[in-house]
Design a protein around this ligand. Structure first.
Ligand code: AMP
Length: 303
């Protein structure tokens, strides 16, 4: 099935209490497409600079990812520098350099225009819309964002949300976007911006899905070694959207399964820096952890 993502491809420099890496492969589209490649064909729209090594493009290609929509432009690749304290749920951005993204005008390849499932990964909301406007008749549009855009481009983000079915967002960003500290109320407010389904990522506390007046709660997988949470949200979205694009079933019961696949991919990602863990997973490992999630949350009904 056909999944399209627009997002960032980046060099990340990340410090956690357990180590530090400089200029490793990252970016929302990179994590998303790698995670979703285990479920479906995925095509990427993004931009890189002249400093971006060919080996990384080869790596994405080796995962079966369609990279025709990745443009190489004169200039430097996007860079993000972040830090985590012992509370690994919250990234502190130290520096964001948009570089080639600053003047990027996405023009998507002709054969991307018929894609049915679209994910607008964390990126400038103007670019999210520019890509969406070029897709003919998507059956499902989902979107992510972050405080950088909520604070810097709120009006544009609200405009993008009018065209979005599912918003996937982390808890502090949901509060900031809706200007509402309570998550249940925050979700209700965000419904009025456009999305009919909201998935709130809560780091080590799991994820909540809001749809109409119903709520689904999924835990995070309890790991004994969380190394680097960077990209967890994008890997969650990759597993979630990859599974939905593969099944093309957007009923609530299937969305619940997709949330577990998303949680599985996020849990693998945080076990190592950059894409080191998720780049070489076996599908049987994904299924095994899905089953562990099932056992983790099983309890008997009242008799
Ligand atoms: P997350 O899944 O939320 O941990 O996303 C982390 C990824 O988002 C990193 O690999 C960064 O390169 C990327 N990122 C950070 N800030 C931005 C931004 N303002 N726009 C687009 N991508 C970003």
């Amino acid at each position: 099935m056909s999944l399209l993502v627009v997002g960032s491809i980046a060099f990340d420099s990340v410090r956690t209490p357990f180590g530090e890496v400089e200029e490793v492969l990252g970016g929302s589209a990179t994590y998303f497409s790698t995670a979703s490649s285990y479920f479906t064909e995925v095509s990427v729209v993004a931009v890189v600079g002249t400093d971006f090594p060919e080996k990384y493009l080869k790596f994405l290609k080796s995962k079966g990812i369609d990279i025709e929509g990745i443009e190489r432009r004169e200039g430097k690749t996007f860079r993000w520098k972040g830090e985590y304290g012992y509370d690994l749920n919250e990234a502190h951005t130290i520096d964001t350099q948009l570089n080639v993204f600053q003047s990027f005008k996405p023009r998507i390849p002709e054969r991307y225009k018929d894609k049915k499932v679209v994910f607008l990964a964390n990126i400038d909301p103007d670019l999210q819309r520019e890509v969406l406007q070029q897709v003919k008749d998507p059956a499902l549009v989902a979107c992510d964002t972050m405080n950088y855009w909520i604070e810097g481009k709120r009006e544009s983000l609200l405009e993008t949300l009018k065209f979005v079915d599912i918003l996937i967002i982390n808890d502090s960003e949901a509060r900031e976007l809706s200007r509402e500290p309570n998550l249940v109320r925050a979700a209700k407010r965000i419904f009025s911006y456009g999305p009919n389904t909201i998935v709130v990522k809560r780091g080590e506390y799991g994820a909540l899905m809001f749809k109409d007046d119903r709520i689904f709660s999924a835990p995070a997988y309890p790991l004994d070694s969380v190394f680097d949470p960077t990209g967890a949200g994008d890997c969650f979205a990759g597993g979630f959207m990859g599974y939905l694009a593969n099944t093309m079933n957007f009923e609530e019961s299937n969305i619940r399964k997709a949330i577990i696949f998303g949680s599985v991919m996020a849990s693998y990602n945080v076990e190592a820096f950059s894409l080191d863990r998720i780049k070489s997973l076996d599908y049987s490992e994904i299924e095994a952890r899905y089953r562990e999630f099932k056992r983790l949350t099983h309890f008997e009904d009242l008799t």
